[in-house]
Design a protein around this ligand. Structure first.
Ligand code: GUN
Length: 296
């Protein structure tokens, strides 16, 4: 059997279209242009690429993009002052502080200084608490993208066995909360989990988010299961390098019912969901109806 490929690139494009349509309505009917501010501290090359892509896609869907690039030695007080300005700027509906921050800055302190209503990453402690208690919140972008793909594939996730491999605050934990919110039976596995292959073999849904190249082989996958591979790992490939996921795609594709490739699976969904969260935040800030199907 060969699995259906879940095309994240096409799915992300369809989300961007929905976002663009809603942005156009907000502009025409309410004179509101959703705005996203992205803050980058320092010169981490990967972060620079992400921030550039975010800015480009924000403008493409008709929203305003505000980029703030700060020196690597920016003080915590200066960064907090910028966040405070953005919190109080009515043209800014979403704020994202790119992580990781340089070591001298306290990420938790900075993230928790963002107005929760503008926290389009869903990392603020109030949004984490709201999600954990099943209340309306801003939802972290990568797990939201995974949830959208799973809902699209299954319709309902009710009663399915889901295993999330990885317990990060950015992916693993919110992913588990979202699956639970959709009435899946959820296991969070991690580096100390006993008999991980057997745990994974019991899963209808496997979400791999550990950051270890190709660590999940096909013979751990239950035949017909859906595999969502969040990993983006750069590994040597002859003279060059290539991107691989946390799942061994070649063997898993023979067993799974559906699988996300790397690249072209979960990756493109993250920025699309960031744009979705920004339009959602702009609607909530103005008491306007939210777009359907773009939130959890
Ligand atoms: N760095 C890598 N991924 C992310 C993300 O989703 N949000 C932020 N703020 N920083 C990141």
């Amino acid at each position: 059997m060969t699995a259906i490929l879940i095309d994240g690139k096409a799915f992300a494009a369809s989300i961007r279209e929905k976002v663009a349509a809603h942005v156009a309505r907000l502009k025409a009917d309410h004179d509101i242009t959703p705005g996203l501010a992205v803050v980058l501290v320092g010169e981490d090359p990967a972060s620079q690429v992400y921030v550039r892509n975010k800015g480009k896609q924000t403008v493409e869907v008709g929203m305003a993009s505000f980029e703030h690039r700060l020196d690597a030695d920016t003080s915590e007080a200066d960064l907090l002052a910028l966040v405070d300005r953005l919190n109080n700027d009515p043209s800014v509906h979403g704020i994202l502080v790119q992580l990781p921050l340089p070591d001298h800055l306290d990420s938790d302190l900075v993230i928790n200084s963002i107005d929760p209503a503008k926290d389009v990453d869903g990392f603020h402690i109030s949004n984490v608490g709201l999600l954990g208690t099943g209340q309306k919140s801003m939802v972290p972008c990568t797990p939201l993208g995974c949830l959208m793909m799973l809902r699209d594939h299954y319709g309902s996730l009710s009663g399915l066995n889901a295993v999330v491999i990885g317990r990060s605050n950015i992916v693993g934990k919110p992913m588990a909360q979202l699956l639970l919110g959709d009435s899946a039976t959820v296991t969070i596995a991690h580096s100390r989990t006993k008999d991980l292959p057997d745990v994974v073999r019991g899963a209808d849904i496997v979400v791999a988010a550990v950051g270890r190249p190709e660590m999940v082989p096909g013979d751990w996958i239950k035949p017909g299961a859906t595999v969502i591979d969040v990993g983006i790992n750069r590994v040597p490939n002859g003279e060059k390098t290539k991107l691989v996921g946390d799942v061994d795609f070649a063997s898993a594709v023979e067993v799974a019912g559906a699988i996300t490739p790397v690249p072209g699976g979960v990756g493109p969904m993250t920025i699309a969901c960031l744009l979705a969260n920004t339009v959602t935040a702009a609607c909530r800030a103005n008491g306007v109806d939210e777009p359907e199907g773009l939130t959890a």
